[in-house]
Design a protein around this ligand. Structure first.
Ligand code: UDX
Length: 370
């Protein structure tokens, strides 16, 4: 069948077999209906192009280390793929869009788990369709998360695992998917650490036994270019539970279902972003307004805990992470931050306080015109 203009589709599967197979099947079906197929894929678990001579393949670097790629911690892997693939994917798709020798692209079809692709598609003015490779029944459960949170089912308490979820028969609480387990760690764009502090943080995270994603800016540890002070094999020994990156799209990370706590220096932007995404904080202010912000977070709004024993110490770090992620006090903090998130959302709505303040600013600027 002859190809018609605008009948090219670009597909981007998540690099796990249970996601690659359905995407390739969909590609075959679309091809049989007259579409030409371009597949963007990661180096990690790449499909074999020789099995699909009728498709065009473009590979992008995913930046995963060997340990990261072989982890058993699926949630961390998905989070990391969403961070590390974003830029290479954007570059690759932008080239395809601007290639005048090819047919125009009708749309991007991306795995739903690659959530960053929506922003990329929008920026290139390309329609995006997502392929969900899970069943409709599990989709209903994911879609019900806001309701489950509102009705107090989430976060799940160990003592309630056998209870029925009345709104979703016949599910029990223990059947709900595993979420909010990852600790995201970032200390903004200025704060720096001594080597001793850096190592206490590393061991505190390791000993907490929670999965973590840690942003370490190159040069932010005194006397080191990047991660040299870490003991040899430190991350490998964690079996993929810990990931360190140089930069992360913070707002997207905080909005991810997997993220359960934000260990922050309480710069005002980070504090606001955490509240707006309903993520409880572990506060470690360094200077300036950060100390005020941290005190309000921990003692006034009570949506976080503060590390403040004077010296950064791995035992206190481990205890604080466990308190927030596993204990009753953590559950209460989590509930409060969800409510604060609602208030923040209302402030931004029409008639909300932030919205009104911005309107007043605009009126004020107009009033200055001579
Ligand atoms: C500085 C001061 O340190 C802080 O006290 C003051 O409140 C604002 O100015 P900074 O240290 O950069 O801020 O922290 P913060 O205010 O939290 O801003 C950092 C911004 O960079 C956030 O918007 C965050 O989302 C973004 N960021 C940071 C990323 O997107 N990715 C990263 O990896 C790190």
């Amino acid at each position: 069948m002859g190809q018609r203009k605008g009948r090219r589709v670009v597909l981007f599967p998540l690099p796990l077999q249970g996601h690659i197979n359905p995407m390739l099947e969909l590609a075959n079906i679309l091809h049989s209906k007259g579409f030409s197929i371009t597949l963007i894929h990661t180096n990690f678990n790449s499909p074999n192009p020789s099995n699909y001579p009728h498709f065009t393949f473009h590979s992008i670097p995913d930046g995963l280390s060997e340990t990261e790629a072989s982890t058993n911690d699926l949630v961390s892997l998905l989070l990391l793929l969403n961070i590390k693939c974003a830029e290479p994917f954007r570059e690759c798709l932008a080239k395809l869009v601007s290639d005048a020798s090819e047919e125009p692209i009708a749309c991007l079809i991306s795995d739903a788990i690659f959530h960053f692709t929506q922003a990329v598609a929008d920026s290139l003015k390309l329609p995006r369709v997502v392929l969900r490779t899970g069943g409709a029944s599990s989709f209903v459960v994911f879609a019900a998360f806001p309701l489950l949170l509102e009705r107090g089912y989430l976060p799940i308490q160990d003592s309630r695992l056998e209870e029925l979820v009345i709104e979703l028969p016949p599910l029990k609480l223990k059947d709900l998917p595993p979420k909010k387990s990852v600790v995201y760690v970032s200390f903004g764009s200025i704060a720096a650490l001594s080597e001793a502090e850096f190592l206490e943080i590393a061991w505190g995270l390791a000993n907490s036994e929670q999965p973590f994603l840690w942003v370490v800016r190159p040069g932010s540890v005194h006397g080191s270019e990047w991660l040299e002070p870490l003991p040899r094999g430190f991350l490998e020994d964690l079996g993929g539970r810990g990931h360190i990156v140089k930069w992360a799209p913070q707002q997207e990370v905080l909005g991810h279902l997997a993220v359960g706590a934000f260990w922050t220096h309480n710069g005002w932007n980070s504090t606001l972003e955490s509240v707006c995404e309903g993520v409880p904080m572990i506060c470690m202010p360094c200077f300036s307004d950060q100390k005020v912000n941290a005190r309000y977070v921990s003692h006034v709004w009570k949506v976080g805990v503060q590390l403040e024993n004077g010296v950064l110490e791995r035992g206190e770090i481990e205890r604080s992470i466990r308190k927030l992620m596993k204990e009753k006090e953590g559950e209460e903090i989590r509930c409060r931050v969800s409510k604060l998130k609602e208030k923040a959302i209302n402030c931004l709505k029409h008639g909300g306080s932030s919205c009104k303040s911005l309107d007043s600013l605009v009126s004020h600027i107009f009033s200055l015109e001579s």
